[in-house]
Design a protein around this ligand. Structure first.
Ligand code: ADP
Ligand code: AMP
Length: 226
């Protein structure tokens, strides 16, 4: 099963993707994480994208499509959760073609619906474990012991360089200009499932579980006969 998590920065895509990995043995494919790994490794590509990411612009389609292609080629077992990809119509087309080549398809597109007003708080309170990647929040999801990751015990808790208000404003503009059109696109394909992203994490997870237990299926899964 292949699922896309769609929503603005801070909507809760990474948080929910990690829960799906835990509960369903799916693989999380986060282009944001892949790009941050490339930066941390000091690769030429990582150095090229650092400035683009810091200012909250989108990295070029060919780079992120290349990253996804590489990961899909190495197999996704119980299915993939696309987190932060696709972000443009060109990326959506490329994903469809890549999956078709593997005899696969997208089964559902979960749209995490949130108000812009909560995003500044979501993003400015976010911190992530540098060891296991668990996502925390100062107010809504703090670690039990300050400075120690509940999931793995690491004290390597980090803030993201782009989690500031200026970058968030730019990321939101990019989202509305280039990514939000995907909502209509996947709706037209019969794949869209909106979920209330303002609810507590466990409730959002339950709503997503319900969608995945009865996926929308899409146009090509529907019979034309009455
Ligand atoms: P995205 O991957 O969409 O950018 P994240 O999953 O990283 O979003 O979540 C952004 C921040 O909001 C994190 O600090 C996370 O702990 C917090 N968060 C995620 N989902 C919820 C929720 N349903 N309610 C409250 N806070 C949440
Ligand atoms: P994220 O971790 O999803 O919030 O992404 C962080 C940043 O990485 C974004 O602001 C973009 O600069 C870049 N990025 C991540 N995924 C993509 C994508 N699919 N297309 C273009 N840029 C991306």
């Amino acid at each position: 099963m292949n699922v896309i998590l769609l929503g603005p920065p801070g909507a809760g895509k990474g948080t929910q993707a990690r829960l799906l990995v835990e509960q369903r043995g799916m693989v999380q494919l986060s282009t944001g994480d892949m790009l941050r790994e490339a930066q941390a490794s000091g690769s030429a590509m990582g150095r090229r994208v650092a400035e683009v990411m810091a200012r909250g612009a989108l990295v070029s389609d060919d780079i992120v499509i290349g990253l996804i292609e590489e990961r899909l080629r190495s197999g996704t077992g119980g299915g993939a959760i696309f987190d932060g990809f696709p972000r443009t119509l060109a990326q959506a087309d490329a994903l469809e073609a890549l999956l078709a080549r593997l005899g696969q398809r997208i089964d559902a597109v979960i749209e995490l619906r949130v108000d812009d007003a909560v995003l500044v708080d979501r993003v400015s309170g976010r911190y992530v474990c540098g060891n296991c990647g668990e996502v925390w929040h100062d107010r809504t999801r703090p670690t039990r012991v300050p400075g120690v990751c509940d999931a793995c015990g690491s004290t390597d808790l980090r803030r993201r360089a782009d989690d500031n208000e200026t970058s968030l404003r730019q990321r939101l503009m990019e989202y509305y200009k280039k990514t939000a059109p995907l909502i209509g696109y996947y709706h037209a394909k019969g794949l869209l499932a909106p979920v209330d992203g303002l609810a507590p994490v466990a409730e959002v997870a339950a709503a997503i579980r319900a969608v995945l237990d009865a996926p929308p299926g899409g146009l090509d899964a529907r019979s034309e006969r009455p």
